[in-house]
Design a protein around this ligand. Sequence first.
Ligand SMILES: NC(=O)c1ccc[n+]([C@@H]2O[C@H](COP(=O)([O-])OP(=O)(O)OC[C@H]3O[C@@H](n4cnc5c(N)ncnc54)[C@H](O)[C@@H]3O)[C@@H](O)[C@H]2O)c1
Length: 456
Amino acid sequence: MRVGVVGAGYVGLVAAAGLALGGHQTVIAEANPSRLARLRERRAPFLEPGLDEWLRRAGERLSVVSSVREMGPRDAIMIAVGTPSGVSGQGDLTQVRQAVEEVVRTAAPGTVIVMKSTVPPGTGRELVRQYVAPARRGLAYVSNPEFLREGKALHDWLHPDRIVVGAEEAWAAERVAELYRGIDAPVLRTDITSAEMIKYAANALLATKISFINEIANLCELVGAHIDDVATGVGMDPRLGPHFLQAGIGYGGSCFPKDTRALYFTAAVNGYAFELLRAVIEVNRRQRIRVVHRLNTLLGGLAERSVAVLGLAFKPGTDDTRESPGLEIARTLAGYGAKVQVYDPAAVLPDSGGPPGSPVVLSPGLVRVASLEDAVRSAQAVVVATEWPEFVEADWERLYRLMAAPRVVFDGRNCLDAARLAAMGFRYVGVGRRVAPATGDADVAPASLAEGTGGA
Ligand SMILES: NC(=O)c1ccc[n+]([C@@H]2O[C@H](COP(=O)([O-])OP(=O)(O)OC[C@H]3O[C@@H](n4cnc5c(N)ncnc54)[C@H](O)[C@@H]3O)[C@@H](O)[C@H]2O)c1
């Protein structure tokens, strides 16, 4: 088939390369000049393991253009542009509307528009009413949400759990299913709005599991239980499963935060108060603030304290820092006067010009440094915000020698060996983990934190 993809982001580029490798003549349009330049050199403009290799292998079957109108006639055009949060938490559909408009204006009659971007339930119906139907060109609109995970995107493209196809016309649904020929996965056919809802419901439920286990972890701290054992025991029930039961500082990234907010907003504008989801979002926000509170207590205040934050990518295996918990914690600590050094082996920050190099001042009191050692040198506390193998497998005895008292390690991902670190003399703090305290290790009285002064 002749396929077009609009937007060479984490979803669009993986889809385009996957479709080309699946035998489709594929062209991808990318509007961002720096991403486009990288693509023209056959290099992925962001970190996704294996994607460079896929781009090379796709060869002539994948071409790159800068706009929809250069695509030429296509049987299907997949839209994979960004849908960030709007000011009130609603999905900002500016890029989607623009892309649909461009496609409707330029596509050949009979083209199927395939919506890969995550758009709130009801959006597709509205786009059809506003753009697709009035064009009267035999265009069809299909919702085909994407479930891939950054860092594992190639695997997920080849082995999806399901392919959801939401369509009003059977021929259009058939054509979209045909895009995935050779991929062994069940195809679930629904109407457009149900397909959109599946994506949001799935993300909201995963976020709910995370916030739920975080609440249980917080309670474990109060009653003296151990979250690792609790999560293991809960996850052994096949009705619940072991996934998304890792307690920590909460979810971040390009999907869960914005999608939970957008679903909450969609409910609200439809006159429904989605109380469970409101709590999920609030618990997630609070998990990050708890780190600041604990450090304030353990360090006897934050002003002039030296803290290292390890991990800015929202999870390991990606350079994506959208809604990064580590970055937010670092900014908040700096806002309270702490001297914060952040380090991440891969994260790309829009304001620091790319992956690690020499130290970059991100804002007053907040410096990005080029190595783990530079980050922890003289730090009184370390926050592990992303479970990169480099942090998990680090020589913590050496890091201990580089740090300054009281050598707090806040393990925001419960990824370190708590007992080992405590035995080395660290003041180890996890989330819901019980660790025998080192002798003479009482918390210092907290300095009170004035609300509203913490955001740098
Ligand atoms: N990132 C993920 O893990 C993931 C997973 C599932 C679903 N999604 C959803 O997929 C969508 C895309 O996410 P992403 O992370 O790939 O976004 P992204 O921001 O990385 O990429 C979007 C790209 O589209 C380009 N673009 C925007 N308008 C364009 C136009 N008119 N013509 C050409 N290019 C245009 C942008 O320049 C950008 O490079 C979002 O709706 C997201 O919610 C993302």
